[in-house]
Design a protein around this ligand. Structure first.
Ligand code: ACO
Length: 352
């Protein structure tokens, strides 16, 4: 029977380190507040002009492909997860294909828009493609250049301090090794609170979901429309917004539930987990999940203190770091879990 395994993994973070103290120069915040509430000490910011979501993904991908012992031309499908794409369209998948120099193979490229859960959604899609026999080597990437679209005034501080830039990539490969690879994946969503963690404008909504006046969209009888209006810019409504407490409360519940679901499906127990790699949203969320499942510190991979929340990139970066640190070994049971904007959430169990 064919299953899907992670055959190679890599990550890239930009060189520039941005400390909490540096952010405190632009907005009313403090190192103490950020560390206490989130666990974050610093994050990385990409070069404004010389790096992009795709360029970071390219570096992470090349490492993953090389570690899988493959040539770029062996990749037969690309899945790219991001909420900070280089262009509104086309998505980063085709840009990555071009940057990797593999356009001649004319492989498919799929863009995933599931924010913090993007990597797990992508993993699940890849798993199904591999199991069905459609593809053999899928490149799955999560990459974010948040720093380009954040509000550096005090108004945006609750969102801005948590995000960082970076990319992580894995090659997912068909294997016939008994009991190895991705054992199960679980995907969920609930759009009730879609706007509570969102980047609403620019967009084509025209005010459909709320007060049209507040966006300054052209009137119904004007020819054409606009994704971005002068009013949005003037009002500073061109940044992500988040109801942090609501997200936090939902995150701890859903993280727990979706991990339990994966364990129940595979008839495994929390003590069977070798390593939990949670999406790095907030250290307090990870600690809550750790406590719920009675896991020891060394069973949970955390790197939020160094990189902040890198959204779709956070799980592949943390997984790669764990692998590089020798914490991911043959036969280990690896649990991945994420929760984020949508709300969307998911989990995966992998027998390495
Ligand atoms: N510095 C200083 N003070 C701040 C900051 C800041 N950076 N941000 C907010 N505050 C203030 C608020 O204004 C508020 O002040 P007030 O009491 O005078 O009104 C006070 O701190 C408390 O604000 P809360 O929002 O209640 O703070 P909380 O303890 O909830 O922490 C945080 C905020 C860190 C954002 C937390 O809610 C959180 O981590 N939420 C979950 C985030 C998450 O998981 N996101 C999902 C992934 S992102 C994605 O999917 C794209």
């Amino acid at each position: 029977m064919i299953s899907a395994k992670i055959a190679g993994l890599g990550f890239y973070v930009p060189e520039r380190i941005v400390t909490n103290d540096e952010l405190a120069q632009y907005m009313d915040t403090s190192d103490e507040w950020i560390q206490e509430r989130t666990g974050i000490k610093e994050r990385r910011y990409a070069s404004k002009h010389n790096e992009s979501t795709t360029s970071m993904a390219k570096i992470a991908s090349e490492i993953a492909i090389q570690r899988a012992g493959l040539d770029k031309k062996d990749i037969d499908f690309i899945i790219f997860a991001t909420l900070s794409p280089d262009y509104y369209f086309p998505g980063c998948g085709v840009l990555l294909q071009r940057e990797l120099g593999i356009t001649k193979t004319e492989i498919g490229a799929l863009d995933i828009r599931n924010q913090c859960s993007g990597f797990i959604y992508g993993l699940s899609v890849a798993d199904q493609f591999i199991k069905s026999g459609m593809y053999k080597n899928i490149l799955l990437v999560g990459s974010e250049k948040h720093s380009m679209g954040l509000d550096y005034s005090t108004e945006g501080r609750n969102v801005t301090v948590i995000f960082g830039d970076g990319a992580g990539a894995v090659v997912i490969q068909a294997t016939e090794e008994e009991g190895k690879g991705i054992l199960t994946t679980h995907l969920h969503s609930d759009g009730t609170h879609a706007e509570e963690l969102a980047f609403i404008s620019p967009g084509a909504h025209g005010g459909y979901f709320g007060d049209q006046e507040k966006y300054g969209f052209p009137s119904e009888d004007t020819p054409g429309g606009l994704f971005l209006t002068q009013k949005m810019i003037d009002d500073g409504k061109i940044f992500p917004n988040m109801n942090g407490q609501l997200v936090f409360k939902n995150a701890v519940v859903k993280f727990t539930k979706v991990i339990k679901e994966a364990l129940a499906k595979t008839k495994l127990k929390p003590e069977d987990i070798s390593l939990l790699v949670p999406h790095q949203a907030n250290l307090r969320i990870s600690q809550f999940v750790q406590k719920t499942f009675g896991l020891r510190d060394e069973q949970v991979q955390n790197n939020i203190e160094k990189y902040g929340n890198t959204t779709a990139a956070s799980i592949p970066i943390a997984l790669t770091e764990a692998w590089e640190e020798g914490k991911v070994n043959d036969g280990d049971l690896i649990c991945l879990a994420a929760f984020g904007s949508g709300f969307t959430w998911g989990s995966a169990l992998i027998r390495w």
